[in-house]
Write a protein that binds this ligand. Structure first.
Ligand code: IMP
Ligand code: MG
Length: 184
């Protein structure tokens, strides 16, 4: 699987060191909230990031997941964001949304708005593994970002190309010949 990568951008040890830092920031920010913190991971991309980061946060938090589809198999974000699952009950709670990447911003803008409008939380913050350096289609910003990357397509550590490579422990770019001509 590693042979499919053009370049490794972040090795596992680099990711873990950064997760330690982020977890300390999150622990500090929510230290008075304790059991009223709900981490809401966006599936499928946010799953691995959430699992590794949450085990480093030293607070008795709850976690939930939300299925969202916004990307249709290529390497460009589609405009439409669909929340597929039921929204969790987070009334009176502090919500920390976690996703793999802030790209166009459409997914997180839509989910944050739905949670704020429909779920009556006390606060909603956003935590992402990656943030692309590019203008966002939607007005949204992340409160916690592990790494900022150029505007290029990456896989691994939760991020997929056509459903694969999420289980790669590193983050990297794919060899061009592995990307379908219509997605290049
Ligand atoms: P958005 O454009 O910010 O709404 O991002 C939508 C979704 O696109 C993310 O949650 C990812 O699942 C996916 N995505 C965006 N950029 C990449 C990438 O470089 N690699 C893999 N998936 C990506
Ligand atoms: Mg995806």
């Amino acid at each position: 699987m590693y042979g499919d990568l053009e370049q490794v951008l972040y090795h596992e040890s680099t990711i873990f060191a950064r997760l330690d830092e982020l977890a300390r920031e999150i622990t500090r920010h929510y230290s008075n909230v304790r059991g009223d913190l709900v981490v809401l991971a966006i599936l499928d991309g946010g799953l691995i990031f959430m699992a590794d980061l949450m085990r480093r946060v030293n607070l008795p938090l709850q976690f939930r997941t939300l299925s969202v589809s916004s990307y249709y198999g290529g390497t460009e974000s589609s405009g439409e964001v669909k929340i597929l699952g039921e929204l969790p009950d987070v009334k009176g709670k502090h919500v920390l949304l976690m996703d793999d990447i802030l790209d166009s911003g459409r997914t997180l803008a839509a989910v944050k708005k739905r949670v704020q409008d429909d779920c009556d939380p006390v606060s909603v913050q956003i935590c992402v593994l990656l943030q692309k350096k590019k203008p966002r289609a939607e007005e949204v910003s992340a409160d916690y970002v592990a790494f900022e990357i150029e505007d290029e397509f990456v896989v691994g550590y939760g991020l997929d190309y056509q459903g694969c490579y999420r289980n790669l422990p590193v983050i990297g770019t794919l060899k061009t010949e592995l990307i379908l001509p219509e997605h290049r």
